[in-house]
Structure formats: C-alpha cells, structure tokens
Write a protein that binds this ligand. Structure first.
Ligand SMILES: [Zn+2]
Length: 471
C-alpha cells in the first residue's frame, strides 16, 4: 500500500452529496483513491503498518486540489509590470507583448517552473496554460514539478492595425502566425507530442489567443482540429466591453453570437473571461454546453466590469459550468486560488446587494469540480471519491486564521489563504511536504528570478515605471 492519510479532522469530498467527513481517512494506491471514509471504518479494513507512508491528519483539513482554468505560466517573470492605470488592451500591447516576444526557450522554462512551484505550494494541483510560445519548455517544467496540466501554444493570426512604436523589429512576426495552416500544423505537432504524456498527467489542447486577434478561419479550423484529435478547444473571449466592440466591428456580431454562427460552440469549448455577454447569450452557452472560466482577480484589477456588467451569477443559475482562473502573474498578481474563490464568493453579493448570490460553497465548487468539468477531466479529478485520481491538499488548521472551527467551508473561503497548505498530493505523489516542494530546488530556482527578469526586459526594450519614486 502506498499512502494513508490517517484521521484527518475534516475531509471536504465535493462528491455528489457534498459530504464533509469529520474524522476521516483516505487510502491511496497507484495514484488513485482506493478507499475514503470515517477513520473507524477504514481501520477495520487496513492497518497503518501496511502503508509505505502515513500522513497524520490531526489538525488537518483535506480538500480536492484546486483546478486553475486560466494560466499564463511564462508571465511569472513579469509580475508587477506595467503602470496602474492601463486598460487590458494597452497593458498587453505596450507591456506584455514586448515581454513575451523577448523570452527564449530557457526563460520560458524558468518562468513556467516558478509558476508551477507557486501553484503547488498554494494548493493548485491542475491547470491549463494558454500563453506559451515554447510548449516543450512548459512541458518540462510540468514534468519536473509533478503538477497536472493541459498545455499548448497560444496562437493568433490577426495583428493590430497600429503597431505600438516600442515594438522591436521582428516582434510582430514572432507573436503572430502568417497562416492558419502553419499555426495549426505546429499545434497538431504539440498535441501528438504531449497529449497523454507522463501517464496522462499532461494533456494538450488546441489553444488560441482568441478575441479579435484570430480570424474566423482560425476559429473554424481550430475547432475542426480539436474534434479530429478529440481534445478540448480553448480561447480568451469577450474579456471587456472594449474588446467585445472591437470584435463586433470586425465581424458584425457580439462575440458569443458570432462564434455560434461559425458553429464552434460545443461542450468541448472553454472560454476565459466572458465578461461582456448579452442576456440571450447566457441561454446560448447553456444550450451549446460550452464552458466559461471567470478570472475574478484580473477582472477587478484590470477594471473589466465583472460586477457592473458580468452575468456570472446568471450563467451559474442557468446551469452553465463556470470555473475559476488566475490568468497571468502580471494581469492578476496572485496565483492563490483561495483568493479567487473568496472574490467570486463576495463581489456579486455586494454588487447585487443580495447575500444569497454565490455562497462560499458554490465558490469552492467553481475552484474544484467545475474546474475539472471545464477541463473535461471530471471523471478523474475535482472531488475526493474512491476510484478518482489522488489529487488533494491538506490545510494546517492549527493556524490562527483557521481557529476556531465552526464551519470548515466558511473558514476556508473567508478566513484562510492558500499558504496555509502544508501538503500537496498529485497523482498519488506527495509533491509538497511541510510546506516545501519535494522535487524542486526552490532556492536555486527563485534566486534566478530577479536577474532573469532584468535581462528579459532589457532585451524587449521594456522599462518598468512606478507611481512612487524608488530611492
Ligand atoms: Zn489570459
């Protein structure tokens, strides 16, 4: 027997009945949960001596690992880049694209590895990335850190009409594909190389940058490729009113309506942001079965208008699968999924002045089981049940932010954060123990971050600006 979690104070199962097991134990064999239940019942079947490793569950709350449905792992060396008063479009074109275009394969590997480390230490056990240029760099970082992920190269084929002055020569060509054929050829090669790697801990999808940066032909042929390879199809969409209007200017339709006319909305489609949505498009998404990833940290920081115009409570009420994502470290700042769960469980209650909207339990569902559904992986992850993959996190509930324990979900969502996690288990393997990553030399990795960031910004001709003088 591989691993026993013995006598945990609480286990949030997220199973169909949403049971919270008080005084529970979990048996893990070959990367899978083979038994979960009350400690007394587990002890009738197993003895501690049978196990290679026993994790004591006293002062521990066990939860399914978080599923982060929107990540730009290569942005982890650009945290804090860009002035405070920029709209998303300017932030991307003037700051992030020059940064993206200056990353070499090794920079992307280091940035991605730091992002993976950030995630496993704050409770994310699975993510989908939508941003890298060099998929092998990301795949290597995922392989080594032990996290579960869906990867792919972000592609786009419609450059902006006005190229910003600060773009270096060749930047446009490095960011945009010259043809749909070449873009999808590279995507297909990545899928064939990575989908199912590491005993299916890594999968690969068709990933577009989306919004107004992709042609209709790219959406249609990208959708066809995802069907041919039986993988998901992901892109950014309708992130703000400004972006939706640009999309409408180019196509004549509001984004979701146009995508439906193109025939690309299917249950295997996941879209990030989806803030600018018309009432009738809520029903359209429900009917098509397409999924939505909401990024609350980015929305509130970048003034996207989620609380003013967003229809996330309506999407949830209609039965659309809505999950959560952190976006990039520069866009959102934090990679703590508990922060995203907290935000979604609070901002709409206040905006609508209605305490019944998005309760903390629903926020937690969005960060776990809804994430698994969005990634078409809910047959194996997203809840703690016998037969599912052993992807779970253990919070240290002896900390002050967890005391006293009256309601575990309220404490988790309203009081704690992802850094009260003590242990992270992915695919049955302990990847974080006593708050330290097991397969990463953390110091060696993090020591490189500052110097590498400086070199990358220099290469891209990007000069950081600050609101207050740093003296
Ligand atoms: Zn994004």
């Amino acid at each position: 027997m591989d691993l026993l979690i013995d006598k945990a104070d609480y286990i949030l199962t997220l199973d169909n009945e949403r049971r919270i097991i008080k005084d529970g134990s979990i048996v893990i064999e070959d990367g899978t949960i083979s038994c979960i239940g009350k400690t007394d019942d587990i002890r009738k079947k197993y003895s501690k001596k049978q196990f290679e490793q026993v994790i004591e569950g006293h002062h521990r709350l066990v939860s399914p690992g978080f599923v982060n449905c929107h990540v730009h792992a290569h942005e982890h060396l650009a945290r804090g880049l860009g002035p405070n008063d920029l709209r998303t479009g300017n932030h991307l074109l003037e700051w992030l694209y020059p940064y993206y275009g200056s990353l070499d394969a090794d920079d992307e590997y280091i940035a991605a590895k730091i992002a993976c480390l950030d995630m496993i230490k704050s409770g994310t056990t699975c993510f989908i990335d939508v941003g890298v240029t060099n998929v092998d760099s990301l795949g290597k970082a995922v392989t080594e850190t032990g996290i579960r992920a869906i990867i792919g190269r972000r592609i786009m084929d419609k450059p902006p009409e006005n190229i910003p002055e600060k773009w270096r020569p060749g930047l446009k060509e490095s960011l945009y594909f010259g043809s749909v054929r070449s873009a999808l050829k590279e995507t297909d090669e990545n899928i064939l190389r990575w989908n199912g790697a590491e005993k299916d801990r890594i999968r690969a999808w068709v990933i577009l940058n989306g919004k107004q940066t992709c042609s209709d032909e790219l959406y249609v042929k990208g959708s066809e490729l995802s069907q041919k390879r039986k993988v998901g199809f992901y892109f950014h969409m309708a992130s703000s009113i400004e972006e939706a209007k640009l999309f409408e200017r180019d196509t004549g339709d509001w984004p979701i309506t146009h995508l439906d006319k193109l025939g690309v909305l299917r249950p295997e489609v996941l879209m990030a942001h989806v803030v600018a949505l018309k009432d009738e498009e809520v029903k359209l998404l429900k009917n098509r079965g397409s999924k939505v990833c909401f990024c609350p940290g980015t929305a509130v920081k970048e003034a996207k208008g989620a609380t003013a115009i967003g229809k996330f409570p309506e999407l949830l009420s209609a039965g659309v699968t809505v999950s959560l994502g952190c976006d990039g470290a520069s866009a959102a700042g934090s990679f703590d999924m508990v922060r995203q769960i907290y935000l979604v469980s609070t901002i709409f209650r206040d905006a609508r002045m209605d305490p019944r909207i998005v309760p903390p339990e629903q926020g937690l569902e969005m960060g776990t089981i809804n994430g698994a559904r969005s990634l078409l992986w809910n047959d194996q992850i997203g809840s703690l049940e016998a037969g599912k993959k052993a992807d779970m996190i253990l919070f240290d509930t002896s900390r002050l932010d967890w005391l006293p324990m009256i309601d575990p979900v309220r404490n988790l969502v309203y009081s704690a954060d992802g850094h009260s996690i003590d242990t992270t288990i992915i695919d049955g393997k302990v990847v974080v123990e006593n708050g330290r990553a097991k397969f990463v030399n953390e110091k060696e990795l993090t020591d490189q971050a500052q110097q590498r960031m400086t070199t990358i910004l220099k290469k891209g001709g990007v000069k950081a600006v600050h609101a207050w003088p740093i003296v």
